[in-house]
Design a binder for this molecule. Sequence first.
Ligand SMILES: Cc1cc2nc3c(=O)[nH]c(=O)nc-3n(C[C@H](O)[C@H](O)[C@H](O)COP(=O)(O)OP(=O)(O)OC[C@H]3O[C@@H](n4cnc5c(N)ncnc54)[C@H](O)[C@@H]3O)c2cc1C
Length: 377
Amino acid sequence: MTAIFDILVIGSGIAGASVAARLSQSGRRIVLIEGETHPGYHSTGRSAAVWEPAYGPLAIRQLTRASAAFFTAPPTGFTDAALMTPLAILTVAPEERQHRIAEELAAMPDAKQVRISPAEAEARMPVLKKGWTKAALLTEAAGALDVDAIHQGFLKLFKATGGSLVTNATVTALEHQKGLWHATTRQGTFTAPIVVNAAGAWADQLGQMAQAEPIGLKPLRRTALTVAAPSGLDTAGLPMTLDVDEEFYIKPDAGRLLLSPANEDLETPGDTQPDDYDIALCVWRIEEATDLKISKIESKWAGLSSFVADKATVAGWSARAENFFWLAGQGGYGIQTAPALSAFAAAQILGQDLPEVLQSEGFNPADLAPNRAALAV
Ligand SMILES: Cc1cc2nc3c(=O)[nH]c(=O)nc-3n(C[C@H](O)[C@H](O)[C@H](O)COP(=O)(O)OP(=O)(O)OC[C@H]3O[C@@H](n4cnc5c(N)ncnc54)[C@H](O)[C@@H]3O)c2cc1C
């Protein structure tokens, strides 16, 4: 069977789902092709669900800020859920790394974070070990995201505007002939003049099939676990607390605590699982900095955050493969940037102007270009 479309979007995590929904709204015939039996099985279903404006390089912070309005006021019919609820973020440093707090503050003058005293940090996060924190930063302007509602909202919008989702259809070959791309899957061949590569950790592999330039994508495993909050600790209103060098983080999570050693272990793309070492490292780092005693783990998982060399996303036309659009390398910020990133990508693909919300941020598309100098491999 061969099915003909205007655009093939490969990968139905948050990147593919969001850009497919935007493109479908233009009236183009879009097919969203997913290798797994359901969308969101990989990184998108495994995140910590945070909107953190003081995170990543400038282009990422711009995309993050430009996504806030969507999360607080999504389009009518997108969802009944609250996509983002307020969350404070407390960044802490122990004695030997206290200078890093001033460096972080200086590196992100656009982020709404303020210095607070160690005593104030301990008052905001009572499980911190007394005296461990020697310097701290606080932002009240972050948010906790409902990732499933965001992802399902984009998929619903996509289907409502006539988009076709095909699952269990790993693309095993991608060929360009006479102006058309042909994607081979076990569900048949899908053909269109344009391909969007939203294949997450597999994006470089898909690029290789299309003979596009490599972007040097590195899939890094990050592990997370949940534990019951200690009795007597009210998690409502607690800040997410992270080490200034991301040695660990603790996020209040509906009466529980979500913990991570914030590890970044290089892997090949796949269904990554938590390692015993990651769990032990997480427990050790968090017990060093806090009074928490972690004896019972309620759930644990790992996921891949895929980064390129300069840690900004890659979104733009391939310089080598015709009508092949990269949407990859979302690293640890693919959910929080999805509304603005998908609007940007769809505008590029459809030949439209930069969305106004990004113009007002001073966003420069060259910062995400697949052929930028920083990505030369
Ligand atoms: C532990 C952890 C915590 C995180 N916390 C946050 C956070 O708090 N906030 C935030 O914004 N981000 C966070 N992230 C990052 C975020 O999860 C990712 O940036 C985002 O999910 C990437 O989305 P994606 O659509 O690119 O990838 P994925 O969700 O992995 O989707 C890619 C899809 O492509 C499919 N695919 C691949 N190859 C093919 C092929 N050949 N044919 C067909 N389909 C294919 C895969 O099956 C997959 O479904 C976190 C990540 C991890 C691991």
